[in-house]
Design a protein around this ligand. Structure first.
Ligand SMILES: Nc1nc2c(c(=O)[nH]1)N[C@H]1C(S)=C(S)[C@@H](COP(=O)(O)OP(=O)(O)OC[C@H]3O[C@@H](n4cnc5c(N)ncnc54)[C@H](O)[C@@H]3O)O[C@H]1N2
Ligand code: MOO
Length: 453
């Protein structure tokens, strides 16, 4: 997954006199170049067969055909009496049809009484229509077998050999749900490519499917690095801060469709970090870390990833660290670690806003790609920004913003710094200022990445 050698930042200095020249300026990658490289290194996960609830949110990878009809048999849509229509012709409150009740049919009943002329069967919602009956009179259209002749409000307990008075005519087919009226046997009920939400999973269960072929949700392991980090709720000592990144990134991974595991914070200790990574490799389709990718003296992350090896290159280091023309989110690492094929890894910068924006731009599309999702990227819209904006030269800036779909405007929320988690939580979009733009006058049109979709 490491970039090709054309991306090498340190040209060889040997016998061509280059040692006398000043060192070449480090290469910077654009956001688009980096995202293209990252996405080129991953693909949809292999199709597997999952239990229905494990397939929630997944892309269906087969056409599903109903083996049988839905409903599987004619059944009543009301609690009432199954009747023959001819017996109810002309029935009124004053001159009701008096019918002999020959049985009681609950939902799930297997044996059904036959309804002959002058007869009716008590029937519950969902119960099979008995032979001979052509319609159902809801209990409210009858006296409910009370013998009073007054319209009943509800079914009473069954009474042997009772009579029921039907107070109005019942048309053929009334209150009957016909076999196959929902789904006919042989119908394709869901096609490959459908995203499985609650109603699709319910339909699969209804047609009798216990398992289904899908692209699974990627399992994403999220860990933070940094000896200054404490878990929320723990006492915060001098110089310490709460680990917020692992929560933001785990929640974001889940929202993107992954099964995310929050490992929490690992201190800047190479052995500890290596041990945690080795431990996590077995359950990860993707590893996301935050912190330690810049140039700090205690950043053991690079050292560990570089020593880890794995991926197509076997034992060789296969994680590359880059600087991007981007603010925030300049330092980034990506590659594969461990195992024969290696597990993809994205190492994000530690600053909380940098980590989140890096997730949105690089990790989320990876997760969506692994899922086989049609919409890999967040939607981008044009919006009018009433405020003037400033941006560093040569870097694509992602300002946190508040976008109003109602009037198509966007306002920055908070400043551009990468520690501003308070403002980040109030934003619903990212305002993009291109690399070659340092100032935008009030009223300019800007690209806006929508974060809520
Ligand atoms: N001399 C230079 N210094 C820095 C550069 C540079 O190019 N030259 N780049 C800056 C930029 S840009 C960024 S972004 C950061 C990235 O640094 P690291 O990825 O090494 O991150 P850390 O040093 O570990 O942490 C940075 C910052 O974020 C806080 N942090 C880290 N993890 C968490 C967490 N899980 N939850 C909350 N906050 C976290 C950490 O305490 C630091 O304040 O480097 C700049 N420096
Ligand atoms: O680029 Mo860093 O990610 O500005 O804070």
């Amino acid at each position: 997954m490491t970039g090709s050698t054309e991306h090498s930042t340190t040209p060889a200095a040997c016998c061509d006199g280059s040692a006398d020249r000043p060192p070449a300026a480090p290469r910077f990658w654009t956001v688009d170049e980096h995202r293209a490289d990252v996405l080129a290194a991953v693909g949809p996960l292999p199709v597997i067969e999952l239990q229905l609830l494990d397939a929630q949110g997944c892309r269906l990878e087969e056409d599903v055909v109903a083996d049988g009809d839905l409903p599987p048999f004619d059944n009543s849509s009301m609690d009432g009496y199954a009747v023959r229509t001819a017996d109810t012709e002309g029935a009124t409150d004053t001159y009701p049809s008096v019918l002999t009740v020959v049985g009681d049919i609950a939902a799930g009943a297997g044996e059904l009484p036959k309804v002959g002329p002058g007869q009716a069967a008590r029937i519950m919602t969902g119960a099979p229509l008995p032979p001979g009956a052509q319609a159902v009179a809801p209990v409210e259209w009858t006296d409910g077998g009370t013998g009073t002749g007054l319209a009943a409000a509800a079914m009473t307990a069954p009474v042997a050999d009772e009579e029921v008075r039907v107070l109005r005519p019942v048309a053929e087919g009334a209150h009957i749900r016909r076999r196959g009226s929902d789904v006919a046997a042989g119908t394709t009920v869901l096609t490959a490519g459908t995203r499985l939400g609650p109603t699709q999973l319910g339909l699969l269960a209804a047609v009798g499917r216990a398992t289904v072929k899908v692209r699974p949700r990627p399992r994403v392991v999220v860990l933070s690095t940094g000896s200054e980090l404490v878990q929320p709720g723990e006492p915060v000592g001098p110089g310490q801060i709460a680990d917020s990144n692992s929560f933001t990134l785990t929640a974001a991974a889940q929202e993107a469709g992954a099964i995310a595991y929050r490992v929490g914070a690992v201190p800047d200790d190479a052995d500890r970090l290596r041990a945690v990574l080795e431990d996590q490799l077995g359950r990860a389709d993707l590893i996301v870390t935050s912190g330690g990718v810049s140039v700090g003296a205690y950043d053991v992350v690079k050292e560990v990833f570089e020593s880890f090896g794995g991926g197509a290159r076997g034992g060789a280091a296969n994680v590359e660290f880059r600087k991007l023309r981007m603010q925030p989110g300049k330092p980034q690492g990506f590659g594969r670690i461990g195992g024969a094929a290696g597990v993809p890894l994205l190492a994000l910068p530690g600053n909380p806003v940098s980590a989140y924006i890096s997730f949105e731009l690089f990790v989320r599309p990876v997760i969506r790609t692994m899922l086989g999702a049609a919409d890999v990227h967040r939607p981008v819209v044009r919006a009018l920004c009433p405020s003037a904006l400033r941006s560093p030269a040569g870097r694509r800036q992602f300002l946190r913003g508040s976008y109003s779909a109602a009037d198509g405007t966007v306002e920055p929320v908070g400043g551009a710094d990468s520690h501003l988690v308070g403002a980040l939580a109030r934003a619903n979009c990212l305002i993009t200022v291109p690399e070659d733009t340092t100032e935008l006058p009030a009223g300019s049109e800007v690209d806006v990445v929508l974060l809520e979709s």
